[in-house]
Design a protein around this ligand. Structure first.
Ligand code: C5P
Length: 410
């Protein structure tokens, strides 16, 4: 619920602006007060009248509108909100935000505000992928700007790919998460992420296809709720999020050592795809073909199970220990058994058969298995799964385990 929350909604000039009208409705339904601001380009797509009518409030437009300045100056307008939302955030608006421009009402409000800003980018796929947009977004994220979407899909311009604005309900969820900022203040959460690399010799290793995307999104979502996050990452293909304590590791043994070194923690989430085995007879020098045609015999030894080790700690166990289960068949049965076997509180289970496109992809369809049962979540972008999971972690740490345990194990 967003009762009593004030949202300043900046509507940029893109075809997705029509969805911002629905966003106003959805925010209002949840009790938020919405003040719309339209850029000049936005007025080509939606009218101040419709935005204002849906918001039940004046829609602001121009910087030098003297009536507005008399009623409420732009500095005051930028601060009289709990959150500033930019939807759609066009490539141009992101560039102007990243550059600190203040040449119209929207950009001036964004520069003057002392509140958090959430952007919902929407643009053509090539514009989204352009290095300039990537640079601008990276700069904004590093400044602490929050981002919802964009999603993959058919675009109004006839192309397909990332660049479609997040759906209004996804933006609402991001708004709720952003306003929950502080829910995890003072809490320390450890997140493991990415694959591990287990050396065969100094130049070769055994790895897996984990990109680290879900763990990275989760660390960012926990950070956004105010948690102090230790992010223990194997060699992932997605960059680590800013604003977390990064511990880079390669092997499972190093990951366990980094996790131990990061304890104590209030919660620990094990999203890493840890190799089950390492090569016991890894060579200290590069293995060479000896011309005999005989392949070297690798001997494997089991890696420590980091999740089970932490979940089974007698002293200093985090209050909430969450594991992931990537399964290819009988997902819920296997994941439920895994929860009990490993002694963790929750398991986030997902189906990683190649046909699902989940491993290495941008979306995830998970089932959250707790002591109270199994909850299927819809297929969602990984950062939305992360936000929901972070919100659940915050709720559980605030409430304690009692209610859940009374549901009985499944
Ligand atoms: O047994 P499996 O690898 O399927 O278990 C997955 C869960 O256990 C994940 O949460 C993963 O991060 C964790 N795990 C671990 N250490 C291992 C193997 C798995 O922490 N050696």
């Amino acid at each position: 619920m967003l009762a009593g929350k004030r949202i300043l909604l900046i509507i940029g000039g893109g075809i997705a602006a029509y969805k911002s009208l629905d966003l106003i409705r959805r925010l209002k339904e949840r009790g938020a007060a919405v003040t719309p601001v339209l850029t000049r380009a936005a007025e080509e797509f939606v009218t101040p009248l419709s935005a204002g009518a849906l918001a039940g409030a004046k829609a602001y437009r121009h910087l030098f509108d003297l009536t507005d300045e008399a009623e409420m100056g732009h500095i005051q307008l930028s601060r009289a909100a709990d959150l500033v939302v930019v939807a759609p955030a066009t490539a141009d608006l992101l560039a102007r935000m990243a550059g600190g421009h203040a040449d119209d009402l929207a950009s001036t409000l964004l520069l003057a505000t002392d509140k958090r800003v959430l952007v919902a980018p929407a643009m053509n796929v090539r514009m989204w992928q352009h290095p300039a947009t990537r640079r601008n977004l990276a700069a904004l994220l590093a400044d602490g700007v929050l981002c919802a979407g964009p999603n993959d899909g058919d675009m109004a311009c006839g192309e397909y790919g990332p660049g479609r604005m997040a759906e209004p309900l996804e933006i609402v969820a991001a708004v709720e998460a952003a306003l929950g900022a502080g829910l995890l203040k003072g809490r320390h959460v450890i997140v493991t992420s990415g694959p591990t690399h287990e050396p065969i010799d100094p130049v070769r290793y055994i790895a897996n296809r984990s990109s680290g995307a879900q763990g990275t999104a989760l660390a960012a979502a926990l950070r956004d709720l105010g948690a102090d996050v230790t992010f223990v990452s194997g060699p992932a293909s997605v960059p680590p999020p800013p604003g977390v304590r990064l511990r880079r590791v390669e092997t499972a043994a190093e990951m366990l050592a980094a996790v131990r070194g990061a304890l104590p923690a209030d919660a620990a989430v094990f999203a890493a795809a840890v190799a089950d085995w390492h090569v016991a007879n890894a060579s200290g020098s590069k293995m060479k073909k000896d011309g005999s045609g005989k392949a070297p015999a690798l001997r494997f030894a089991e890696n420590p199970d980091i999740l089970a080790t932490v979940a089974g700690m007698k002293a200093g166990r985090p209050a909430l220990v969450v594991g992931f289960a990537a399964e290819t068949d009988d997902v819920i049965a296997h994941a439920s058994a895994k929860r009990l076997r490993k002694g963790c509180d929750w398991i986030v289970a997902n189906d990683v058969r190649p046909a699902t496109g989940i491993m290495g992809g941008q979306e995830n369809a998970v089932t959250l298995i707790t002591g109270a049962g199994a909850e299927d979540w819809p297929r969602l972008p990984k950062d939305e799964v992360a936000r929901r999971l972070a919100a659940r972690i915050a709720e559980r740490l605030a409430r304690g385990p009692d209610a859940e345990a009374s549901g009985g194990d499944i």
